[in-house]
Ligand binder design. Structure first.
Ligand code: NCD
Length: 355
């Protein structure tokens, strides 16, 4: 298996393997307690996290491995100006696998091109969060017994929420679902994600009211407004608090609705909802540890190194200001031809022929 940067890097066989391994681990964790003995995982977290970082760390420890890493790059040589690639190369000499979270889009992809060990994308800016997607799909599949034929509401900050982009992209592989994308118009799903959904024939409606669809939903995926991705606090405050899931809304929902949330939640779910049996976000967070155990064990067992791809357009550059190539300018541009446009391989933004 290759480094995990995007859920869609996985073949169907690999995804089904991870799902069944996570189920086995959840059922009898003791059987897997020494699987990764002697192995070291580095968690390189350039951006704050509790859940994801702890779940990677406990996942490795529960497999018998050990961990090194940082959660505050200011306490490392990064603060002296060390490049991402140098840090990656050094850590690769010490560890067997890297989990990287970074505020800039495409950073884990860049690291994977230079590391001789597997790199897991633990969230890159507003781009993707594939291990949260593994967690979400595993949880939905366990609760509903299927990943097709569902009415799925996704509510909140659909513009900046990388868990949302990752999940929607992953669902392109599981047809027959109806999506209700519930957000303020200023926080709608980015055009590049909608284009992908259109091309894959995914059915979705963009709406602004949760009341309008809640009674139809099988799954409701709530998300917080991502304060750290706003240019100003005033702009955040204008859009925060748009949606709150409370018992009045839950009372009109299906008896078997599954309410999910990648967490942390702020004020988008009323406290009273936590004790409703349909609130399944804490189960979801626990599942995240089991699926990460399955992922780490599989990558350590069957890793195939990445090969540096060809740049198909030597005369173009990526213009996305949030792309890693704009921050670590020594990185080679890597533009590839997609079905209808050319894309940056790091951040997936479309490029054009303007310089
Ligand atoms: C999410 C993230 O970091 O993108 N959290 C997580 O991984 N558990 C969601 C969020 O921060 O809102």
């Amino acid at each position: 298996m290759k480094s995990l940067l995007d859920f869609n890097d996985l073949s169907d066989i690999e995804w089904n393997h991870l799902l069944s391994l996570a189920r086995q681990i959840k059922q009898s964790p003791a059987d897997f307690a020494t699987l990764c003995r002697g192995k070291v995982m580095a968690t390189l977290f350039y951006e704050p996290s509790t859940r994801t970082q702890f779940s990677f760390q406990t996942a490795m420890q529960r497999l018998g491995g050990t961990i090194i890493g940082f959660s505050d790059p200011n306490s490392t040589s990064v603060s002296k100006g060390e490049t991402l690639i140098d840090t990656t190369k050094i850590v690769s000499a010490y560890a067997d696998i890297i989990a990287m979270r970074h505020p800039v889009e495409g950073a884990p992809y860049a690291a994977s091109l230079f590391a001789p060990i597997p790199v897991i994308n633990a969230g890159d800016g507003g781009h993707l969060h594939p291990t949260q997607t593994l967690t979400d799909l595993y949880t939905i599949s366990d609760l509903k017994g299927t990943l097709t034929g569902l009415n799925i509401g996704i509510c909140g900050d659909l513009k900046n929420g990388r868990t949302v982009h990752s999940l929607l992209k992953a669902f392109m592989r599981f047809p027959g679902n109806e999506f209700y994308l519930i957000s303020h118009p200023d926080l709608a799903v980015p055009q590049y994600v909608l284009k992908l959904l259109d091309r894959a024939g995914v059915h979705y409606r963009q709406i602004t009211s949760l009341d309008e669809c809640i009674a139809k939903l099988d799954v409701l995926y709530m998300t917080r407004v991502q304060r750290e991705r706003f240019a100003s606090l005033a702009e955040y405050e204008r859009l925060a608090g748009c949606y709150t899931l409370d018992m009045a809304k839950m009372n009109v929902a299906k008896k078997d609705l599954a309410v999910l949330h990648p967490l942390p939640k702020i004020d988008e779910i009323a406290y009273e909802v936590d004790s409703d049996p349909r609130a399944l976000y804490f189960t979801q967070a626990k599942n995240g540890m089991y699926i990460r155990m399955a992922l780490i064990a599989t990558l350590l067992d069957s890793y195939e190194p990445s090969v540096m791809p060809q740049n198909e357009f030597p005369d173009r550059v990526c213009h996305n200001p949030r792309c890693i190539t704009r921050h670590e300018t020594y990185l080679p541009q890597l533009i590839r031809q997609g079905k209808t446009a050319a894309y940056c391989r790091y951040c997936e933004h479309e490029t054009d022929d303007k310089q």
